[in-house]
Design a protein around this ligand. Sequence first.
Ligand code: ZN
Length: 386
Amino acid sequence: MKKLFYIPVAIAIFSLTMPGTALSAEQERDIVLRVSISDDRDNVNLALKGRYKMYPINSDAVVMEGPYLAANVTATKDGIKIGKGQIALAAVKVKVAKDSNIYVDSRRFRGDIDIIRKDNGRIMVVNYIGLEDYLYGVLYHEVSHRWPAEVLKAQAIAARTFALYQARQNKSQPYDLRSDIYSQVYGGRTSEKWSTTRAVDLTKGEVLTYNGDIVPAYYHATCAGYTEDASALWNMDVPYLKGVQCGYCKNSKHYKWRKEISLWELADKLKDGGYKIGKIASVTVLSKNRSDRVDKIEIKDDAGISVILTGKDFRQIIGPNEVRSTKFDASIKWNLLILEGLGWGHGVGMCQWGAYGMARKGMKAEEILKYYYPGTEISTIDKVKL
Ligand SMILES: [Zn+2]
């Protein structure tokens, strides 16, 4: 009798603890991202702490296995060398047992990895990782884990949407996302924090949509007053990325920046970028756009040769971390170009420090997202086409 009593209780508990998301377990398992965690490398350090197996891609024939591995990985003429072991394959998939860990260059990763010998003889490592697990390793790098929960939730939804958008764009590429600032910074399991993991869990499966389709949910650190129209940077003319006024990021530590570059270094960078220029005589901002960012900038040398660049190209050539935004004024003093700028990042979509300011004022994640991406809705993955 006792036994019979327990069965329905167990079923009841099970159904009560089923997650509230609309996603089935199967759907969740299906969304696996390919994230490049090392690319174009001479070698990488691999540590597999626990039982592991290596396979050819798309095969279950084991080519190497063991209880533990710590090895340097390099490319050989026709394959990959892992410690003393040579594998005559252009790529291997590495899987570890549950509760074992994969470390690549001392960073710890969830999921599986592929080690690929590229055609140029260099090594690339791609992490195969479930979408939600991936987000655990992204959030800490993109926002402070000490920020209020609503801004972390807004960031989780934006990052999830952005990842899916990138995966769709890059279907035919060897990976969906990079692990650096060119996609979203992803540090793997090493970068997980309690508060950011909770924000991912609380928004599980939630994405930002427009007319039922996922949006390119770009975001950046600080807009300093007005977010950028995406069409100023990319071939992307969409109503939810036209730019909005932002009065919420004034307390950002990235609000102002200043950069000095010697004129000879500027000339060198322009030459490296393929532009012919001699000794630089002047640098003039020719025009700014509606969001007060540099539209065109002219660099002239002492022989009168002129190079006119868009603000975006200028930033790319000098370096996006040197020129933190295209919202700047330029002047020359002695042999130095002085850039005095505002904000950090491309300025498109959600302003992270603005989102922080909104959350501090008591606004919810949904309000934050709808402010920076006007006209969008929060939906769930099962309702959108991937
Ligand atoms: Zn802002």
